[in-house]
Design a binder for this molecule. Structure first.
Ligand code: ATP
Ligand code: LTN
Length: 343
């Protein structure tokens, strides 16, 4: 069996260049080397207050954007998490072996719980266990994600190890795949917080589907600092962020960027150059997205066949887990309980 990759994005809004650089762009690159599974994690999107109509739309647009960004349905298995009940089912089984205090320590839970106020749903706390289920169901070797998901990946590894210790070798231990550049794209309005779909201000992010005028406006108004020279300096979060975007989306090396910047007179020049780079990088993605959205039948067929392929793998793993836990398997699975009968 080849090595496997699995990852997913929540359909909680419009995908932005942070999702693209931190995750999807790296998924595309794994396609030659690994057996790849990419899902739209709609059950995760239920952990924050949501509008059902928008969820339905965003689940489709997210899947379409996977294709537009270069996920090839011939080489990758693309599916929607809720179409495969094994995800929710394994999450329950893992819940029963996961210590509560492991979940209470999660940074994302603490941050999102504060935003939700008094009525924090159980799902928000349990979110990383569902994510562990997504990953462990596919005997995943590598999980390409942005920096913010590192702690959840560590938790997935801890849950898998704990299960293996208590019930015998059942799960493969997955590893994160986090690229140095673009793993943490920051908000356009504050270089110290990450760009996010759920930031109330649309000006804080560049969405993959923003039109050229919107992109120009957002970059023009984005926060910079008072220093005229544009240099990579870890003490200048806004400069670091914008330079990284220019470098990665422009396919340049750091040295090339430094050379470009040495000829600029200040932030005005830089913003003009960055706007061009962003618009031209996103144009082919937007074009492909339009084509995919016009062919809903094609999209449905990709999801249908992806679900069938993913389900075959997932149901196999789930049966293995149930057996390890001592659950009574439905007919068709070899029985192993007789040897444990009291004599
Ligand atoms: P939300 O605001 O709803 O939590 P999000 O924008 O943080 O959404 P997710 O669906 O949680 O996006 O993340 C999808 C993928 O994109 C993950 O691999 C995550 O690490 C990555 N990602 C999200 N935001 C960024 C960012 N600002 N920079 C780099 N990667 C990111
Ligand atoms: N929690 C992830 C989304 C996610 C995921 C996964 C990523 C859910 N299940 C499995 C990788 C593998 C996030 O990016 N917010």
């Amino acid at each position: 069996m080849g090595k496997r990759v699995l990852s997913g994005v929540q359909p909680t809004g419009n995908l932005h260049i942070g999702n693209y650089l931190g995750a999807i762009r790296n998924w595309v690159e794994t396609q030659g080397e690994y057996e790849t599974f990419f899902c739209v994690v709609d059950l995760h999107a239920l952990t924050v207050p949501h509008d059902p109509q928008l969820l339905a739309v965003h689940t489709r647009t997210t899947a379409a954007l996977y294709l537009a960004c270069g996920i090839d349905p011939q080489r990758s298995t693309i599916f929607v998490q809720s179409h495969i009940p094994a995800h929710a089912e394994l999450a329950w089984l893992l819940n029963c072996i996961t210590p509560l205090n492991w979940l209470e320590r999660m940074i994302q839970f603490k941050e999102k719980a504060i935003k939700q106020g008094e009525n924090v749903g159980v799902g928000l706390l349990d979110y990383p266990v569902l994510m562990a289920a997504d990953i462990l169901l596919y005997d995943t070797d590598r999980v390409p994600v942005g920096e913010d998901q590192k702690q959840h990946l560590e938790l997935t590894r801890d849950i898998a190890r704990r299960f293996n210790d208590q019930f015998g070798e059942t799960f493969k231990i997955p590893e994160p795949l986090i690229r140095a550049e673009g793993a943490r794209v920051m908000s356009l309005q504050d270089g110290t917080v990450k760009m996010s779909k759920s930031d109330p201000s649309d000006m804080s992010r560049i969405n993959l589907l923003d039109d050229p005028d919107t992109i120009a406006k957002k970059i023009k108004r984005c926060k910079t600092d008072a220093i005229r020279e544009i240099t990579y300096d870890p003490h200048r979060p806004e400069a670091m962020n914008l330079l990284t975007l220019y470098q990665v989306l422009g396919n340049k090396t750091r040295e090339e960027v430094e050379k470009d910047c040495s000829q600029m007179r200040g932030w005005g020049d830089f913003k003009t150059a960055l706007t061009e780079v962003v618009i031209s990088h996103l144009a082919p993605i937007q074009q492909k997205y339009k084509e995919v959205m016009k062919e809903q039948g094609y999209l449905e067929e990709i999801i249908r066949s992806g679900t069938a392929k993913a389900e075959a793998v997932a149901s196999h793993t789930l049966a293995r887990v149930k057996q390890a836990l001592g659950l009574w398997l439905k007919a068709g699975h070899p029985a192993s309980w007789e040897q444990f009968l009291p004599t």
